[in-house]
Design a protein around this ligand. Structure first.
Ligand code: FEO
Length: 408
């Protein structure tokens, strides 16, 4: 019987057998406006190998794609590069249905799989750097601990020159196209940046080390095959350069203004501050939390040099949406930022103080005590906001020039 889904042939013996999730819009708190894919790969040979599985509800799609090229019962080996459930949700079921003779994971992968699922069969542990013969092919395993889980691992298929990179180099982007060069560049690099900011940014120092290690190994590579989004086949240098820059997060002449508003007063302040920054040559990204998400904020912050937080005061506190967004951002450990807070208030006005504390707690260097306006800003208040933006803009331009001088 014809299969409702087909595998996509990548090389003579390697197929994409993943699933496309067109519907998902929230990936554990990360707004995924363009859906995602869960990539799994099938290597055919003397031994048939399945690299990773998919999220549980997509089991049938995975199995249908596998069935379009081989009877799933003929899978001999299952490799798990990462235990998070978007890649292992249907693993126990796949194991029951395919009964592979070998299951291979890293040491941390084995632990994590056993912590997720009971009654798993024996798991063969692949050492970091270990080269394992599987029938007529060889897989080399490279642990990439904390990128972004302790068990995260790359595996490299020597004969086909494919690096299976699990979450690294991935993005949440549902598409019928399987390759990077089939997707609009703006979308491709925006979604890659969004993924980096929301998943990998906290581990940037490790990303930098990993890139150096992979460069040193100089593995001949025809494809980089991540577990989400398109497969890279055209220009590895470009995405690696982006990863290098994102992991260094140098101070740039870009500012982010994130704000929320109750009666449009803090909003009006944000607009005038933006104008003041812009007049100093600073590129401004305004993130209004009533229509943007914390994931948008993280993405904007990845390439910024200044973070300005606008919050009304509500019941003696920062506005709750700002508290949410700043807790999320703190966990992502952004670096090399200056910042300041502002906001409208009625009678007590603690919002700005609370936002300052939140900025300091995430390592942002405050360059202003903060700007408050009571109730509704009048024209002279908005002029003060514009000047406030200008002051921060001057400071940022000075820092960027000093940083560029230092790296000459
Ligand atoms: Fe795509 Fe960390 O899972």
């Amino acid at each position: 019987m014809p299969s409702p889904f087909e595998a996509v042939k990548l090389t003579d013996r390697v197929y994409w057998v993943g699933a496309i999730d067109w519907e998902i819009r929230n990936f554990h708190g990360y707004a995924t406006d363009r859906g995602t894919t869960y990539n799994a790969y099938l290597v055919l040979g003397e031994k048939n190998i399945l690299v990773d599985t998919v999220k549980a509800p997509f089991h049938d799609e995975l199995m249908a794609r596998i069935s379009s090229v081989v009877d799933p019962e003929k899978i001999d080996v299952l490799v798990s590069n990462h235990s998070e459930m978007d890649h292992t949700g249907c693993l126990p079921r796949v194991l029951r249905e395919t009964r592979p003779e070998r299951i291979i994971a890293s040491a941390m992968g084995e632990k994590a799989l056993r912590a997720h699922f009971t009654d798993l069969p024996e798991i063969e542990v692949a050492k970091d750097g270990g080269r394992i013969e599987i029938g007529d092919v060889h897989l080399t395993f490279l642990e990439t601990r904390m990128l972004h889980w302790p068990d995260s691992t790359f595996s490299y298929l020597e004969e086909e020159k494919i690096l299976f990179s699990q979450d690294a180099f991935g993005m949440h982007l549902a598409s019928t196209e399987r390759y990077d060069d089939e997707i609009d560049d703006g979308v491709l690099y925006y979604e890659a940046a969004k993924y980096y900011a929301n998943i990998l940014m906290p581990y940037s120092p490790l990303v930098a080390k990993l890139l150096a290690k992979v460069k040193e190994m100089s593995l001949p590579c025809d494809l980089i095959a991540p577990d989400h989004g398109p497969i890279w086949r055209s220009d590895f240098g470009r995405i690696c350069e982006h990863y290098e820059r994102w992991s260094a997060q140098p101070m740039t002449g870009k500012a982010v203004i994130v704000y929320d508003t109750m009666w449009h007063s803090t909003e009006a302040m944000a607009h005038s501050i933006s104008d003041g920054l812009s007049a100093k040559g600073i590129s401004v990204n305004v993130v209004p939390l009533q229509s943007a998400t914390r994931a948008d904020l993280a993405t904007a912050t990845l390439e910024a040099g200044a973070l300005l937080v606008g919050t009304p005061t509500l019941n003696n506190e920062m506005f709750p949406t700002l508290a949410d967004a700043l807790v999320y951002l703190k966990g992502l450990k952004p670096r090399n930022l200056i910042g300041a807070a502002f906001g409208s208030y009625g009678w007590s006005g603690e919002g700005v103080k609370r936002a300052n504390a939140a900025l300091e707690a995430m390592g942002v260097e405050l360059v202003h005590d903060g700007l408050k306006v009571q109730y509704v800003p009048e024209d002279d208040d908005l002029v003060a906001c514009r000047e406030f933006g200008g002051e921060i803009g001057d400071e940022l331009a000075k820092r960027v020039a000093a940083s560029e001088e230092a790296t000459k």
